[in-house]
Design a protein around this ligand. Structure first.
Ligand SMILES: [Ca+2]
Length: 213
């Protein structure tokens, strides 16, 4: 089964690489050489039009090592395993006008990075992405007590992050040591049966029978 899953994953990777293009987010952090126990907040705002009925807005993201995600001041979830990105429908958390994504990103040794994408699909079929890049801003809260009011303030929409620094871009999704991630192509993370794989012209899906281990 592992081998079959690997082959299907590989096919997905080929398709994903083709589809990615301009919607590819970046791994970001405060600097190229992270602190072993860095705790950072990142923020990014994006605008939605007055009428957002029928909009589907989704969050995808990962952090080496831990991320806690807030949308407009509401905690939507966290992940402690970078190889298993978060994927959430956040349509009910967004609103017309300015929206803010605030992420607490914690390193637990060695490499550190944060990657995220907010996909906005409007009712008329248009799609755009808010991707991690140098426009995201950060502060270092490694030495701020977890009970400090700052922790609650920085996730709120009206918090003034104008003095925060721009993120340092480590590279596009796909770089080492993380490689490609499930859902990195912007599609929902679901198991894909071999029969329903969408293939490029000239390709056929084949799942070889491997001997059982
Ligand atoms: Ca790490």
């Amino acid at each position: 089964m592992c081998n079959k899953a690997f082959i299907i994953g590989l096919l997905g990777l080929v398709l994903g690489t083709t589809i990615a293009s301009a919607q590819t987010p970046n791994w970001i952090w405060s600097k190229a050489n992270p602190g072993e126990d860095d705790v950072l907040y990142f923020r990014k705002s994006f605008e939605l039009p007055e009428k957002i009925q029928g909009f589907k807005v989704q969050f995808w993201g990962s952090c080496d090592n831990v991320l806690n995600v807030n949308i407009n001041g509401q905690a939507i979830g966290f992940s402690t395993e970078w190889s298993v990105p978060m994927f959430h429908d956040i349509s009910k958390y967004v609103k017309p006008g300015r929206n803010v994504v605030a992420i607490k990103a914690t390193n637990q040794g060695s490499f550190a990075g944060l990657i995220a994408r907010v996909t906005i699909d409007s009712a008329d079929g248009k799609s755009r992405g808010v991707l991690t890049d140098e426009s995201w801003r950060w502060i270092d809260v490694t030495n701020v007590d977890k009970n400090d009011p700052l922790n609650k303030a920085v996730v709120l929409n009206d918090y003034d992050d104008s003095k925060w620094k721009p993120a340092h871009v480590l590279g596009k999704l796909g770089i080492a040591p993380w490689g490609n991630l499930p859902g990195g192509d912007g599609r929902p993370i679901t198991a894909t049966p071999g029969e329903s794989l969408e293939l490029l012209p000239g390709f056929k899906a084949a799942v070889p029978d491997f001997p059982q281990a």
